[in-house]
Design a protein around this ligand. Structure first.
Ligand code: SAM
Length: 286
């Protein structure tokens, strides 16, 4: 993927698919080169602030609720009683905020490699960082691959991989060895969730391989849930769940119905997302 900028438009191009997505910008708010990536924040005319990492759109104020609610709540309502949660990546803190909506969660540790992402979120996306002072939240800045390697066995209920695309610093987060280590540090009944790219573009490649790798890594069940995401390639995205000794096609529907104040996720959305469109099922099975 690459991006271009003219005086008024930010454009992200997906060369493999011959497509592009543009947002009209009104200002550049931040431009930081960290040891890990190039971070930019723009003000847009209609999508609020926009965060870009290495030329790839990460999030906008207007539509990030879709991604953050779908990476957090299906996994948490799939686990029977999630208390100890770890987020790898997720430096913008939007996923952390969603996890902290669950009163039964006792501790959430977020491990992002790049502190600049969190600093940018605090400055330009304050709504996403509003729960950072919750006493249950712990923010660490380290490589998630290394952190998972060193974490004690069977110590976590839900592990959320909220990473950038599988290139650069996030490449290791999509490998089967990493998934096997994640499986090791989850308790029995534990749930892993990973952002898994576009159903339209990646069902026959990244998503299929990720599901295969999850099973090879020792997980017992997998489920991919698609959802709309206007600013990501194809406008459609997915998360993939994996269960250790649990069936990730079941979830606590009554509890999910009781969580109010959300913008997208509901028990009915979760149920619907578990039914994959035939084209996707065919590609995943091929
Ligand atoms: N919603 C976004 C998406 O799918 O495009 C991802 C959001 S979040 C900003 C992604 C985060 O992953 C970034 O902050 C980046 O620093 C972090 N990251 C990438 N590789 C990592 C690694 N090896 N360990 C920990 N965090 C990593």
């Amino acid at each position: 993927m690459s991006s271009t900028l003219d005086e008024h438009w930010f454009t992200e191009t997906f060369a493999d698919e011959g497509s592009a997505f543009s947002l009209e910008i009104t200002d550049k708010l931040l431009d930081v080169t960290s040891p890990y990536q190039h971070l930019e924040v723009y003000a847009t005319r209609t999508y609020g602030n926009l965060m870009v990492l290495d030329g790839c759109v990460m999030l906008t104020e207007r539509d990030n609720f879709l991604y953050h609610e779908m990476i957090a709540h299906p996994a948490l309502f799939t686990h029977r009683d999630p208390r100890r949660v770890v987020i790898i990546g997720g430096g913008d803190c939007g996923t952390l905020r969603e996890v902290l909506r669950h009163p039964g969660v006792e501790q959430v540790t977020q491990i992002d490699i790049d502190e600049e992402v969190t600093k940018a979120a605090e400055r330009c996306f304050p709504a996403l960082t509003e729960s950072n002072d919750d006493p249950r939240a712990e923010l660490r800045f380290a490589d998630g691959v290394k952190w998972v390697e060193e974490a004690p066995e069977a110590s976590i209920d839900v592990l959320i991989i909220d990473s950038t695309d599988p290139v650069g610093p996030a490449e290791g987060l999509f490998k089967v060895d990493f998934l096997a280590r994640c499986q090791r540090i989850l308790k029995d009944g534990g749930v892993l969730v990973q952002q898994s790219e576009s159903p339209l573009y990646h069902s026959g490649s990244i998503i299929r391989e990720l599901r295969r790798d999850m099973l090879e890594a020792g997980f017992d069940s997998v489920a991919t849930l698609p959802f709309p995401q206007p600013v990501y390639p194809s406008g459609w995205w997915s998360v993939t769940l994996a269960g250790k000794g649990s069936n990730v096609s079941d979830f606590r529907e009554t509890d999910a119905d009781d969580l109010t104040g959300l913008e997208y996720y509901s028990a009915a959305i979760h149920r619907g997302a578990l039914s994959l469109p035939p084209f996707m099922q065919r590609l995943l099975d091929s």
